[in-house]
Design a protein. Structure first.
Length: 634
């Protein structure tokens, strides 16, 4: 997450949102502050965005961003936010950024190597030990306080005057950094950028795979019951994703702005207030969603030619209704913690809930012999366990200080929240719908084809959970380096990201090609379905490289502040190229399911080609100039 002097989130710092987010968010927070103050709920706040430590325009610490503001799902989505959105770092994150600056300065011989790094980190741990669970809303505002907060603590054996290099405070680091950057002394390397991007990527990969495993577990378990059941769970999962989870994810993205603004205002209770509003709003939205799911069997029978599949899918949806409120609370709770700089909470929760979900699917479907209906029961229980575990994390670990109890104010001032939520809803739905339409079209090709499409879609979505986090990490790193005016280092980071995409894409290709029948048999016992999947998997394998490269090109464009290009290209290729080709080849030429995936393969190849040409011809210096202009007025 960026500080106030840097561009906002690397993912979308130059996007042109449908509305002016900053003005809406500032107005909403100001109104909440005034309401709390007039009710005597707190002291007079100072809503300042200029007194955040370590935010000099050319500092890497000042341009630091978290790899965030993404939604989980089959394809993943990065949601745009206003370019003037204020973001705030926790003490740990800021110190991490300064540590990276020190390392770069040391590697480039600008400062002497820090022989006491272990002692410094030990002292830092002691200083931040009590603060690790509190995650303060704002950082110290004065130079003296900043030096006290981050300087190594003296010991009985410390020299009276101290070691000059070891006692460099963050203001001195900023000064040396800007001098070194202006002199062209700061250079990075492939090894360093690979290490940083890899460090960013690994926890994201684990989180994405665990999140998607909640869907895979049902398809994996139910698939062995029969072809009809496999097709039904695929159709039900698609309906849940489009009409439910994507809606919750899209609407909850407004908290990425509102909770961050509330956190930066210094009024922690407002973070909890914004979260409460979203929970109640999503519960209201659940009413029409639940109504659709309740009558889904009748709706799907009218759309899907396979009546038995549609009826089973409708039964699945009726049970999953019980998990919708839990999912709504979990999406809101994640962003409540993310605004405080706590990004590992959802990972820890998923480490508990994902294996439990897989176990419950097996236990209900096979051990208790509940059959098809055991899968939605496991899903509903899991979706309610997620917010419960997140609550336990907040209560016992971190994030509790931003909770001020339930308040009737949560039912007021919904307008700004809704206006900020709608663009996120549109973005997520557009991304989700493009690929889910393939499942809907495959239902017109027969039950076996629908079941095979379920397996193919699941496998390709699982493989995508690896390059997409790499793209997010690359986006973050490129944006950080551009914000620090390190053009050459940013180029290296981009090349490392694309190299990572090639490696991941080739590994995915090798995996799908060599294990195509083995992978198919994991999801189904039907010989016809296995044969169809085995025949089509080479097509899926062929575009894995393009899929990974396209994802990482999008990440680089986001880091350069040109993500609107990626958005336009993807929408054009998905809807103007992929869908017509898929429909034409599948039904017009009679290619069947192979035609559906041929259109997607061509579209992804076109996305990569257009974007890599644009990146190769774009001026990186222009991106730096634009970042400096944003920094100057932020």
């Amino acid at each position: 997450m960026a500080s106030n002097n840097a561009a906002p989130l690397a993912s979308h710092q130059d996007s042109q949102p449908l509305i002016s987010e900053p003005s809406v968010a500032h107005t909403a927070i100001a109104r909440d502050i005034a309401s709390y103050t007039s009710d005597g709920d707190g002291s007079d706040p100072v809503y300042s965005t200029s007194n955040v430590l370590g935010t000099t325009p050319h500092s890497l610490a000042g341009s630091y961003r978290r790899p965030c503001h993404y939604t989980a799902g089959p394809r993943g989505t990065v949601v745009p936010h206003g370019q003037d959105q204020d973001q705030y770092l926790s003490k740990e994150e800021l110190e991490r950024a300064y540590t990276e600056e020190r390392d770069l300065l040391s590697d480039n011989n600008v400062i002497a190597p820090e022989s006491s790094k272990k002692n410094r980190m030990s002292n830092l741990t002691k200083q931040l030990g009590s603060a690790a669970l509190s995650h303060p809303a704002s950082l110290p505002h004065t130079d003296e306080e900043s030096q006290q907060a981050f300087a190594p603590a003296p010991t009985e054996t410390s020299a009276l005057l101290g070691n000059r290099e070891e006692s460099l405070d963050n203001n001195e680091i900023d000064r040396k950094w800007e001098e070194a950057v202006a002199s062209g002394l700061i250079q990075s390397s492939w090894k360093r950028e690979a290490r940083v991007i890899g460090t960013y990527s690994l926890p994201l990969i684990v989180t994405f795979l665990l999140q998607y495993s909640l869907t895979v577990a049902s398809i994996f378990t139910v698939g062995h019951l029969g072809t009809v059941e496999l097709g039904a769970v695929s159709l039900a999962s698609m309906t849940v994703s489009i009409t439910g989870w994507a809606v919750y994810q899209g609407l909850a993205t407004s908290l990425d702005t509102l909770c961050a603004q509330a956190y930066g205002s210094g009024r922690k209770e407002l973070v909890g207030l914004q979260m409460q509003r979203m929970v109640f709003f999503l519960l209201v939205v659940t009413v029409p969603i639940a109504t659709i799911w309740l009558f889904a069997d009748r709706i799907l029978v009218a759309i899907i030619p396979e009546a038995e599949v549609a009826i089973l899918a409708g039964q699945y949806l009726k049970i999953v209704i019980l998990g919708a409120p839990g999912y709504a609370c979990f999406e809101s709770g994640k962003r409540f913690l993310q605004a405080q700089g706590i990004f590992t909470a959802s990972l820890y929760v998923l480490l508990v809930c994902a294996p439990l979900n897989a176990f419950m699917n097996w236990f209900f479907v096979w051990k208790l012999e509940m059959g098809f209906l055991g899968a939605p029961i496991a899903v509903a229980i899991t979706e309610n366990l997620l917010p419960l575990c997140l609550f336990l994390y907040v209560y016992f670990v971190a994030g509790r200080e931003c909770w001020n109890g339930f308040t009737w104010k949560a039912f007021q001032n919904w307008g700004p929240m809704i206006r900020l939520a709608l663009p996120g809803l549109i973005m997520v739905e557009a991304e989700c719908l493009a690929f889910e339409l393939l499942t809907l079209m495959s239902s017109y090709l027969g039950t076996e084809v629908l079941a095979a499409q379920s397996v193919l879609s699941t496998i390709s979505s699982m493989t995508f959970q690896i390059p997409f986090p790499v793209a997010i990490a690359g986006s973050t790193r490129v944006a950080n380096l551009i914000g620090a005016t390190l053009v050459d280092a940013a180029r290296i980071a981009a090349k490392v990201t694309l190299t990572g995409a090639v490696i991941v894409g080739l590994l995915n290709m090798l995996l799908l090609s060599s294990l195509r029948y083995s992978l198919a048999s994991l999801f189904s016992s039907d010989e016809k379905v296995i044969e169809i999947v085995g025949d089509i998997l080479p097509i899926c394998a062929a575009f894995q490289l393009f899929d990974a490269l396209a994802a990482c090109c999008n990440g680089i464009l986001r880091g350069m502040g040109r993500q609107e290009i990626g958005g336009y290209v993807q929408v054009f290729c998905y809807y103007a190229v992929a869908m017509p080709i898929s429909i034409g080849t599948a039904f017009g030429l009679g290619w069947g399911i192979a035609g559906l995936w041929t259109g997607v393969a061509i579209a992804l190849g076109l996305v990569f080609f257009i974007e890599v040409v644009f990146i190769s011809r774009t001026s990186w210096e222009r991106s730096v100039d634009e970042a400096q202009k944003r920094n100057a007025v932020a």
